[in-house]
Every structure is written in structure tokens, then in C-alpha cells.
Design a binder for this molecule. Structure first.
Ligand SMILES: [Fe+2]
Length: 162
């Protein structure tokens, strides 16, 4: 079965340079790898595992989206609506597959993991990077080289918007 396991390795290319977001993206990709770890080809085993972890995973995904959305709102990111829409659509798709599974539809763990992996990587590469670029533009560089959004940055953004 190992040929069916498309493990994903964290790369700096995925970094948004926003620690909390990077940590959560790493968490999501770890979950993808955990799913692939449990692709055994044994339907019963795979479904038992899915049952055990999926509700916590859905909550993790929702919390992650909320973190991003709060940041986008606080910094008045103009792409907020579109980005939130992508989050909402994906959440609905995941919830639907969980409901279908709970209603008795067979689950192919490999397919679910594959879908999750592709969505997360594409979303990071296409949508999260837009926010990250905006963040770099408005943030302040600290003495240690890290970017941070200060209270002053937020005040400036609010004033510019008026
Ligand atoms: Fe996002």
C-alpha cells in the first residue's frame, strides 16, 4: 500500500512568515500524513480510525480558518470576502463527507487524504499567499528580522481606510 501514501513534507515555500498560521498549516499537513499512515487497505480499520479523529480534525480546520479570518479582518484585507468563501465551501464539503460516512456511505481513506492534501496545498499556494503578501506590506520588521503587526500598524490601517 505504500505507493498509495502521498506524504507531504513541510517546505519553506509554504511559509506565510506568520508563525501562528505556519504552525496551523503544519498541523493540517501532519494530519494529512497521519491519514496516509492509516491507509491500510483494510476498510474496517480505516473507518474506525476516521471515526476516531475526524471530529477533532474538523474543529481544527474551523479554528484555523477563524484565525486567518480574524487576522484578515483586523488588518482590513480587501480579499477577505473571497477568501472566507473558499474556507466556507471547503468546510461544507468536508462536513458533507463526514455526514455521508456517518449515514453509511463507504469511506476511502486514501481518497479523503488525497483531497485534503491537494486542497490545503493549493489553497496555501493560491489564496493564503495573497494575504501573506499584504501582511508583508503592512507589517513592521522587528530588530530580530521577524515581521509583526503592531498596534500602530493597525491604527494606521484604520485611519487610511477612512
Ligand atoms: Fe486560508
Amino acid at each position: 500500500m505504500s505507493d498509495n501514501r502521498e506524504y507531504v513534507e513541510w517546505s519553506d515555500a509554504y511559509s506565510m512568515n506568520i508563525k501562528i498560521i505556519d504552525d496551523q498549516h503544519k498541523g493540517l499537513l501532519n494530519f494529512v500524513n497521519e491519514l496516509f499512515n492509516h491507509v491500510t487497505g483494510n476498510e474496517w480499520e480505516e473507518e474506525e480510525y476516521f471515526k476516531e479523529v475526524i471530529h477533532k480534525a474538523v474543529q481544527y480546520i474551523k479554528d484555523h480558518f477563524q484565525t486567518e479570518e480574524k487576522l484578515m479582518l483586523a488588518t482590513k484585507f480587501s480579499g477577505y470576502e473571497e477568501h472566507k468563501k473558499a474556507h466556507d465551501e471547503f468546510t461544507l464539503i468536508v462536513i458533507k463527507s463526514v455526514k455521508d460516512f456517518e449515514a453509511g456511505k463507504p469511506l476511502v481513506l486514501r481518497k479523503f487524504a488525497h483531497y485534503l492534501k491537494n486542497w490545503v496545498l493549493a489553497h496555501i499556494a493560491v489564496q493564503d499567499v495573497q494575504y501573506a503578501a499584504y501582511f508583508r506590506k503592512i507589517a513592521t520588521r522587528k530588530a530580530d528580522g521577524r515581521l509583526t503587526i503592531t498596534k500602530e500598524d493597525l491604527a494606521r490601517i484604520r485611519n487610511e481606510g477612512q
